[in-house]
Design a protein around this ligand. Structure first.
Ligand code: SF4
Ligand code: SF4
Length: 78
């Protein structure tokens, strides 16, 4: 699968709680063993559902859709 968005995790905000890891249906996110913070491990599998962003209690996840690859665009991105 081709990643449909670019995701960033702000490690100044992330607490490593793991919510995004558990909720991602595409298994994209992992907790880095060294930093204990979330990382986008398999960005190519992200299909842009935004669940990680919506459920992050710290507001640490930012997403930018690759609009040219997405039709119709997800709700909220129109
Ligand atoms: S849900 Fe947010 S705070 Fe928790 S690990 Fe993921 S990015 Fe970090
Ligand atoms: S947007 Fe959806 S598929 Fe992409 S990393 Fe977040 S939860 Fe996973």
């Amino acid at each position: 699968m081709i990643g449909l968005c670019s995701n960033w995790i702000n490690h100044n905000l992330c607490t490593g709680c793991g919510t995004c890891v558990k909720i991602c249906p595409a298994d994209v996110i992992r907790i880095d063993e060294n930093t204990k913070r979330a990382i986008i491990k398999y960005s190519e599998d992200c299909f842009g559902c935004q669940l990680c962003k919506v459920h992050c209690p710290q507001g640490a996840i930012q997403m930018t859709p690759k609009r040219h690859m997405m039709y119709p665009p997800p709700l909220g991105w129109r």
